[in-house]
Write a protein that binds this ligand. Structure first.
Ligand code: ADP
Ligand code: TYD
Length: 213
């Protein structure tokens, strides 16, 4: 199902990619770009993006890597996403505002669905039943995991549960995101994220302008 009705012209955009690939940086830049053209985007993130979902976020991103089983983790991410959808995304799109989210359902398809056993079927089933929407445009920031991991760990935010799975895990994630881009070629665009932030922002601005035209 598509994110928005054409009558509104509001765009639902997600940024995806491995940890440290520059998603938050580019999400902010895109929001600034859209604001400069007179649009009024909502900039949000997952897990989180609404007060209840932010509470669930803390359960997910802090603590031991093996704190949750993969199945439990899927349910927690979906609970957070449902709250985010109800409280933030749907109201914004209904008001005709663009939504830019730093991660959405593709993160669950890849992190929970494709890296530790094959749980993609379960992820898709729950997604269809309780979320039922995908973005109009998904920008997948693609880059060498080794470089991305160095960027991410330099931050040391205390939210490193997934980074703590290690480099081999990040390589599987990258492959997973590239496979998704091939699976959804109309919605997903792979972006070379190993470049300087300005070059990446310019590409993204052009892609979004194209979708808005
Ligand atoms: P993510 O949200 O994907 O984890 P961030 O946008 O938080 O990534 O970026 C991770 C770190 O890398 C931050 O310290 C950020 O300033 C830096 N960074 C972001 N984009 C680039 C880039 N294109 N080149 C070099 N460093 C970057
Ligand atoms: P995020 O804050 O985007 O981390 P980063 O800035 O390091 O990219 O997301 C927190 C972690 O949650 C991240 O490692 C990816 C993971 N995650 C999942 O495993 N499944 C999901 O569905 C989502 C939304 C995030």
């Amino acid at each position: 199902m598509s994110g928005t009705g054409p009558e509104r012209g509001a765009l639902f955009i997600s940024l995806e990619g491995i940890d440290g690939s520059g998603k938050s940086t580019q999400a902010r830049r895109l929001a600034e770009t859209l604001r400069a053209t007179g649009r009024d985007p909502v900039l949000t993130r997952e897990p989180g993006g609404a007060p209840g979902a932010e509470d669930i976020r803390r359960l997910l991103v802090e603590g031991d890597p093996d704190r949750w089983s993969p199945e439990t983790e899927i349910l927690l991410f979906m609970a957070a996403r449902r709250d985010h959808l109800e409280r933030t995304i749907r109201p914004a799109l209904s008001a005709g505002r663009d939504v830019i989210t730093d991660r959405f359902a593709d993160s669950t398809r890849v992190y929970q669905g494709a890296t530790r056993g094959d749980l993609r079927g379960l992820v898709d089933d729950i997604h269809d039943r309780v979320i039922g929407i995908d973005p109009d445009l998904t920008l997948i920031l693609d880059m060498d995991p080794e470089v991305a991991l160095t960027r991410g760990l330099a931050r040391r935010s205390g939210e490193d549960r997934f980074e703590d799975f290690g480099l081999a895990f990040q390589h599987r994630l990258r492959d997973g995101f590239r496979a998704l881009a091939a699976e959804y070629p109309r919605r997903c665009v792979l972006i070379d994220a190993g470049r300087n932030p300005d070059a990446i922002a310019t590409d993204i601005a052009a892609l979004v302008a194209q979708r808005l035209a």
